[in-house]
Design a protein around this ligand. Structure first.
Ligand SMILES: Nc1ncnc2c1ncn2[C@@H]1O[C@H](COP(=O)(O)OP(=O)(O)OP(=O)(O)O)[C@@H](O)[C@H]1O
Length: 202
């Protein structure tokens, strides 16, 4: 569990997150929604230690993280396979067989040896999802992972994310108009002006 208690974050004198109290539990999928600038990305950054709170407590064990936050930086002139191979070489947790397994999960196995610069936006998004899940992290943080996906790939990725939720904390920040209708999400958290203003349990 990740426990946030009275979290405040100020950047350059401006309040970005305000009095955030929340427990994120394993086995659940969370939707973070809210208007542009409401603090969704900042909350994700805080959860994976990219930023630290100005005040308040974060209580959590030493988790591993898979993240998509802002643009994923793949080397455009390399293939998907060599990009993922390079990323996997940092932690040395997985081998090429596992990379290929996850490439097939996001429907990219047939394009593994195509240079990323030839990928469409949706394919790049699926590659980013692949990169985030391939090391089977405890916590999956996905910022706007669905934007460019067509209906078929959207539904397949949604089903897939649902299938891996056991023993994992999954938090997805997204605008999508009808996303909250999906049974995918166990809890829907609405943010506004850096605060959590509504919580809905599915
Ligand atoms: N590097 C930064 N320095 C100062 N303020 C920042 C920085 N990055 C973001 N902010 C501010 O933090 C606030 C929250 O931004 P955040 O990116 O978390 O919003 P968001 O809910 O993810 O928005 P969006 O839906 O547009 O992605 C905004 O007011 C933004 O202007």
């Amino acid at each position: 569990m990740i426990k946030l208690e009275s979290i405040y974050k100020d950047i350059k004198g401006k309040n970005i997150l305000s009095d955030i109290n929340y427990n994120f539990k394993k086995g659940k999928i969370y939707l973070l929604k809210g208007p542009n600038g409401s603090g969704k990305t900042m909350l994700l950054r805080l959860l994976c230690d990219l930023i630290h709170p100005t005040s308040g407590n974060i209580d959590k064990p030493k988790y591993s993280y898979g993240v998509i936050i802002e643009n994923s930086n793949f080397v455009e002139n390399e293939t998907a396979r060599s990009n993922l191979k390079f990323l996997a070489s940092i932690k040395k947790k997985i081998n090429m067989k596992q990379i290929e397994y996850y490439l097939s999960k996001v429907n990219l196995i047939d394009y593994a040896d195509v240079k990323v610069k030839k990928y469409s936006l949706g394919m790049k998004q699926r590659l980013a999802i692949c990169q985030a899940i391939m090391e089977e992290p405890d916590v999956l943080l996905l910022d706007e992972p669905f934007n460019a996906l067509d209906d078929k790939n959207f539904m397949e990725i949604v089903k897939y994310i649902e299938s891996i939720k056991e023993d994992r904390i999954i938090i997805i920040a997204a605008h999508g108009f009808n996303l909250q209708e999906l049974s995918l999400f166990d809890e829907i958290i609405t943010m506004q002006n850096g605060q959590i203003v509504n919580i809905k349990w599915n």
